[in-house]
Design a protein around this ligand. Structure first.
Ligand code: PMP
Length: 359
């Protein structure tokens, strides 16, 4: 069975060494982790307060319908409550979509390199995976359309894309959506949406009204700084949500996550401040790359992929010994690059100083 053989090719997710393990190994006082695109400024103080004042209900199962968060999101995004699905992080939504739609007789299309979980889940479901290489860091949407076959039922689009940080402009996304046959689901993963500053970006939520085969995924793990609480959401028309809901675990979003996400939405000022600090942080990286003639992709996210033209693992090791944990590009499909999360201005200065010692 092709399906079972495919499963044997998978390795479980390896989160890498803990901060404490790295500290001990290299006898370092301080470690800065710039590897998982978390928010260096944490979450809004309003989130912490909401959690602290609501710690008494831990014996009770969470609200399986996330009633209050659903209401809040529906008002915030101006969509109906039935047009939303909540996930234990957007990872969980990727899993739910794959479990609902993919199977050994289905084929699914994605860009490569892109976020690893699309392929991982598709392989688990036994689907045929068609990976189309990025061109200059961007999705090759024409090639993705050309790869559609009779069995295709899900296309994954990551914008902004992890690990390149690049986005798809509106004038490319719309003609693509126009050409995807309506029976194929397009998953638009916008985990980094709130960081986008590009003016020719699209209003994806509005697009879900026009394209009934589109689902948009977002998360509270990135700019909202709530990665530990695991909350993500999907927006699509109700017919799609209806197909996905039966696959969702009954209590997939925990109570504290639901409360935290409501408080987080209420503090949009925090989001704006983080977006601006990230923009300034990115320019520290751009300046460094220009000064050192290093290639990079301009990023719409809180990370940057820099080509060092040497083995990414070697650069990773060097930076780790200096107390900075980044991601080697090797496991991300860019063997001579590193992906660095934009930190606070001080953290950025520190990692760039260490990088200049490496060059
Ligand atoms: N999509 C993309 C593109 C990501 O980079 C990530 C996080 N690394 C996720 C989805 C999953 O995020 P979460 O499950 O924390 O919402």
């Amino acid at each position: 069975m092709r399906w079972k053989e495919q499963l044997l090719t998978l390795t479980p997710y390896q989160p890498g060494k803990s901060i404490d393990a790295v500290k001990k190994q290299f006898k370092l006082e301080k470690i800065v982790k710039l590897a998982s695109n978390e928010n260096p400024f944490g979450c809004s103080p309003a989130v912490v307060e909401a959690l602290q004042t609501n710690l008494s209900g831990l014996a009770i199962y969470p609200d399986g319908y996330a009633t209050h968060l659903r209401e809040k999101l529906s008002e915030f995004l101006n969509v109906d409550e039935e047009e939303l699905i909540l996930g234990n992080g957007s990872d969980n939504l990727i899993q739910i979509i794959s479990r609902s739609l993919l199977h050994p007789n289905a084929s699914t299309i994605m860009a490569t390199p892109s976020f690893s979980q699309y392929k991982h889940n598709a392989v688990i479901e036994g689907a045929v995976v068609k990976e189309l290489p990025l061109i200059n860091g961007e999705h090759d949407l024409e090639a993705m359309l050309a790869a559609i076959d009779e069995q295709t039922n899900v296309i994954w689009v990551c914008s902004p894309n992890n690990p390149t940080g690049t986005y798809i402009p509106e004038n490319k996304l719309i003609p693509f959506l126009d050409k995807v046959p309506p029976h194929i689901l397009v998953v638009l993963d916008e985990a980094y949406f709130e960081y986008v500053v590009a003016e020719d970006y699209y209003d994806s939520i509005r697009l879900t009204r026009k394209y009934e085969n589109l689902i948009v995924l977002r998360t509270f793990s990135k700019i909202y700084g709530m990665a530990a609480l695991r909350v993500g959401y999907g927006v699509a028309n109700r017919a799609i949500i209806k197909v996905l809901e039966p696959v969702r675990e009954p209590f997939n979003v925990n109570s504290l996550g639901q409360l935290g996400a409501i408080a987080a939405i209420n503090d949009q000022e925090f989001v704006e401040v983080c977006k601006e600090k990230n923009r300034q942080g990115l320019s520290q990286f751009y300046d460094f790359c220009e000064q050192n003639q290093l290639d990079y992709y301009p990023s719409q996210t809180n990370f940057i992929l820099i080509d060092l033209k040497v083995d990414g693992d070697v650069a990773f090791q060097f930076l780790q010994e200096k107390g900075y944990i980044v991601r080697s590009g090797k496991a991300l499909g860019f063997p001579t690059a590193v992906r660095i999360t934009v930190g606070s201005s001080e953290q950025n200065e520190g990692v760039l100083q260490a990088l200049s010692e490496f060059l």
